[in-house]
Design a protein around this ligand. Structure first.
Ligand code: S3P
Length: 430
């Protein structure tokens, strides 16, 4: 479905962004492995986490959804999963596929994981390699490059693994497999990626030691305790509205109860360097994560910045919206060390370059990032989302400051992480 976006006069109000996607995936998966009844409130009812929920159901986990949309998981322990009677469809979700592969590598049965046209071309060797080193029987299409993945699980051994790229999905797959290994498992990342897995598993009683970018998991003989959590709201979804408020004149917005885990908030640091007006208040803790409210207002004098190195994993999902912000900043914005973006739901370096060029942006593509020369006047035109939710939302925000109309192709892909995105965008412009 195409969506037409018109130039906005103002963005004003208060919003509660959707629940955190990364934490929703983990909550449903880890509760399925725990022993006892877990209660999960504020789950993200969007396509990606629903893929995780359905996958756990297909592994015979008892999951009940109450009228108020709370999830009750009747966990029967680490070794309670049963062989699925069909292929598991992970949809568009890399998190579902990679985390589940870690769990299934240790189960004494056969599993086959597949996904949609995008997921079936996302790299899987990055999990197949370490899981195979742990003794897993795991193969994938095209010489282990792409899904479908076939796993005949069995006993695993612990490993000491140095990850070539910072990836929370790879780290989590290894740690989840490590729960079942005989020996301890250690993973080391070049830069720290989001740490929700370590935090949640630790809160559930797993023996985990964290030292800078190294995580050690000691398996021993224990079961995970059940969860009782209210998932905080997603910073990555909030960012589209933070950016809209910065860019649209005479705007002010309060965003409530957002997860401010510092492995996720690189865009806040970058925006402050660019000169944006953003304040955090009501700092609190929820589900073991720091949360707070964000106040943001229009920033007419943003400055270009260079973004590289260890901040990249802390804003990896915010690349598309950072590009849009950079179009309005004075001078050059350079984003480097971000080659990983080529392996997301779309090749985000290529897709943002192509589509922003159509809107009149001076943007140059490099192997590991982009350079944008701002500020530039955006021109509304027909643009593609490539069925990538974050590209659709970033281009929609660009449309709010473009002259004329911007038509976003296949805009319904926002359902992957933020089904109410367009509804909220309209409400805030009234
Ligand atoms: C995620 C990790 C990141 C991120 C993705 C969600 C997670 O991917 O881009 O949207 O929930 O673990 P990588 O681990 O591939 O960097």
């Amino acid at each position: 479905m195409d969506r037409v976006i018109k130039k906005a006069q103002t963005i004003k109000g208060e919003i509660i962004p959707p629940p955190d996607k990364s934490i929703s995936h983990r909550a449903i998966m880890f509760a399925s492995l725990a022993k006892g009844k877990s209660r999960i409130r504020n789950f993200l009812w969007a396509k990606d986490p629903i893929s995780s929920l359905n996958s756990m159901k297909s592994l015979s986990v008892e999951i009940e959804i109450t009228e108020s949309k709370e999830i009750i998981v009747n966990g029967k322990g680490l070794s309670s999963l049963k062989e699925p009677d069909n292929v598991i469809d992970c949809g568009n979700s890399g998190t579902t596929m990679r985390l589940l592969s870690g769990i299934l590598s240790a189960q004494p049965f056969l599993s086959i994981l597949t996904g949609d046209d995008s997921l079936r071309y996302r790299p899987m060797r990055r999990i197949i390699k370490p899981l195979s080193l742990m003794g897993a029987n795991i193969i994938a299409r095209d010489d282990n490059k792409f899904p479908p993945i076939v796993i005949k699980g069995g006993p695993l051994r612990g490993i000491n693994y140095v990850m070539p790229v910072a990836s929370a999905q790879v780290k989590s797959a290894i740690l989840l497999a490590g729960l079942y290994a005989k020996e301890e498992t250690t993973v080391k990342e070049p830069y720290k990626s989001r740490d929700h897995t370590e935090k949640m598993l630790k809160n559930m009683g797993a023996h985990i030691e964290i030292n800078d970018n190294t995580i050690k998991l000691i398996p021993k003989k224990y079961e995970l305790n059940p969860l009782d959590i209210t998932i905080p709201n997603d910073f990555s979804s909030a960012c589209f509205f933070i950016a809209a408020t910065c860019l649209v004149p005479k705007s002010e917005l309060i965003i409530k109860q957002v997860n401010l885990n510092e492995t996720r908030t690189g865009l806040l640091d970058t925006l402050k360097l660019m000169g944006a007006t953003i304040e955090i208040f009501n700092l609190n803790e929820q589900a073991g994560e720091p949360v707070g409210d964000i106040f943001v207002k229009s920033s007419s004098e943003l400055k270009g910045v260079t973004v590289q190195g260890d901040i990249i994993p802390r804003l990896i999902d915010e690349f598309p919206i950072l590009c849009v912000l950079a179009t309005q900043a004075e001078g050059k914005t350079v984003i480097k060390d971000a080659k990983e973006l080529r392996a997301k739901e779309s090749d985000r370096i290529k897709t943002m370059t192509l589509e922003l060029k159509k809107m009149g942006v001076k943007i140059e593509e490099f192997e590991d990032g982009v350079e944008i020369e701002g500020p530039c006047k955006l021109i509304g035109t027909d643009v593609h989302s490539y069925k990538d939710h974050r590209i659709a939302m970033a281009l929609s925000i660009a449309g709010l400051i473009a002259e004329g109309e911007t038509k976003i192709k296949d805009s319904e892909c926002v359902d992957i992480s933020f089904p109410q995105f367009y509804e909220l965008l309209e409400i805030l412009q009234r």
